[in-house]
Design a protein around this ligand. Structure first.
Ligand code: TA6
Length: 314
């Protein structure tokens, strides 16, 4: 017999798919994933982004096939983090003199601080981004740098872009100088078809000896040999476009990072790096690295510096 006044079924809202963040089984990396399929993976060693893929699984970053991912060496590829010094530190008499090239941030184990999604930021509908936060305080690797500091690194994955943002805090009682840079290895199909625009600034070419200083060069620039250029005071509002043929492949905008390094090791330097593989990998990569490296950034006690990049992939 049919029961009278039977309550109607409570409508179940179709669950709106949300972004996820998964820690690897060996606790070494975090992978963020959007409902539409894009992914980003960050190794806790160095908070190094090691992979950024499109919804169809196409990899946007170059990672050496011999990249050492066990924490014993900085990662060759992805987006290593350079702090507190860019390049080889001053030989002596500088607080960074005892550090290794590019500083300790990329050689330290960072802490995963958690995730936030666009929904938790009040957006409506399915989430279209996920932000993963990482932190580093004074550590074993930084003990020879005589300052109290805190770093917070945020990696935000959206459908067509990746944002990486660094906050530097001076937690000590005295000021310190630092440099920082996002050492991004972009993956390209064939370097011979790549051109770069938006670097309308003077640059130092370190691939020649002695390094040469140059006025802004005609654009677009193409890469047909080793380049190791430090562009300084690149116009803040300029978008750096990396094109393949006539089509844009990446667009990079910067926040508070006025200098840009462009590096391709080419044949000889690739051959000389033990963790660079395949040896002709220089044909499928180009480093475009936003940072503050021309001078030293001064951070007084209690002050904070923030800088970042947004890379749009096509
Ligand atoms: O960003 C360019 C650069 O400074 C080059 O001079 C080259 O040394 C590259 O970084 C890689 O440095 P690494 O210490 O990772 O081998």
């Amino acid at each position: 017999m049919e029961r009278r006044n039977k309550p109607s079924a409570i409508p179940v809202e179709p669950s709106v798919p949300t972004p996820t963040a998964d820690i690897s089984s060996d606790n070494s990396s975090i992978t963020g994933r959007l409902p539409t399929g894009e992914t980003v993976t960050i190794l806790l060693h160095g908070a190094t982004v090691t992979s950024w893929k499109s919804a169809s699984g196409a990899e946007h970053l170059w990672l050496s096939e011999k990249a050492i991912l066990d924490g014993s060496k900085p990662v060759r590829g992805g987006i290593p983090l350079v702090f507190p010094v860019f390049g080889p530190p001053p030989k002596s008499g500088h607080p960074t003199s005892s550090l290794s090239q590019h500083g300790f941030a990329r050689s330290s184990r960072w802490e995963y601080l958690g995730k936030s999604t666009s929904e938790s930021k009040g957006s409506t509908g399915a989430d279209d981004s996920i932000q993963l936060d990482f932190g580093l305080g004074t550590s074993e690797a930084s003990k020879s740098w005589p300052y109290q500091f805190g770093l917070q690194y945020s990696v935000t994955l959206s459908a067509a872009s990746l944002r990486t943002n660094l906050v530097v805090r001076n937690e000590g009682k005295e000021g310190f100088d630092f440099q920082c840079l996002l050492h991004t290895y972009l993956r390209v199909k064939d370097i011979s078809g790549v051109s770069v625009k938006g670097l309308n600034a003077p640059f130092t070419e370190k691939a020649v000896s002695p390094p040469s200083t140059n006025a802004a060069s005609a654009e677009p620039i193409t890469i047909g040999k080793e380049v190791d250029r430090v562009y300084t005071s690149v116009p803040k509002d300029s978008t750096i476009t990396v094109a393949e043929g006539t089509a844009p492949r990446f667009e990079i905008t910067r926040e508070n990072l006025d200098d840009v390094v462009v590096w391709n090791p080419w044949i000889e330097k690739s051959a000389g790096m033990g963790d660079f593989a395949p040896k002709d990998g220089y044909k499928t990569m180009l480093c475009v690295e936003a940072g503050v490296v021309k001078d030293w950034q001064k951070l007084e006690a209690g002050e904070t510096f923030e800088g970042g990049q947004i890379i749009k992939a096509f």
